[in-house]
Write a protein that binds this ligand. Sequence first.
Ligand SMILES: [Zn+2]
Length: 280
Amino acid sequence: MVASALFLKSVLLVPGAGLAAMLLVGASYAQDPSGDTGDPSDDTGDAATDSATDGAGAANQEWSYSGATGPAQWALLSEEYEACDGNAQSPIDITDATPDDTLGALDVSYVPVSVERDPEQYVTTFEVEDAGGFAVDGRHYMLVEFHFHTPSEHTVEGQRFAAEAHFVHEGEDGTPAVVAVMVEEGAANDPLESVLPGTADRGNAAGTQPQVDPGALLPESNAYYTYTGSLTTPPCTEGVHWFVLQEPVEASPEQTRRLKGEGTNRPVQPLNGRTVAASE
Ligand SMILES: [Zn+2]
């Protein structure tokens, strides 16, 4: 735990670079020099392979989602990735969660923020500052960034969703916590539209986009599953408090396609004796 807290802190000291490059898959496919037009024909299903080789992202991406640098090899690629072979990894299949009425409510207090955006890039990761956070059982976590995986990384009773949003937080003591939201295909999601790559009015001259309310991306219910796991990308740091919201949100098939990066889901990891609790 100490190691992971120190790790996250050290990353946070590198403004704008460390988190995206080291923690988040978003960085790997945020640097698509070809420019995604939102055209469905762009999405050929090989984005995971591309992620390790595309543009500037490649500088810090010696791992990928397939083949010789795929998830099964992560721990072997670098000493820094040894935790990827750990016993408390994420994601997991959430099954047989134990109802626990002592778990506190997730008290989310995000505030709308402007999100920096490089108009040259297709950003699926949004770093934020002063965007609020959440509290649970007396602990407070500040939102650092949010990003998307397609399809979902966690499964629920074996069911995989079209996408999964990760809201990455840092606790007061440096402990990382991630709030995960499952995205299922259905009606168009207006709040999601405001952050999607390829949205027509993005990439204005100022390199910024309108205010984004992270809270608008959450479902109505804050009921959650919780367990202790890891980052789902190298270095797979353990000691991450996961809060996977039980209620999914909807997005249209066209929207989930534009989330890009199909195949950016690490396979589910063994529980190794861990338990998952469900709030009520
Ligand atoms: Zn993630």
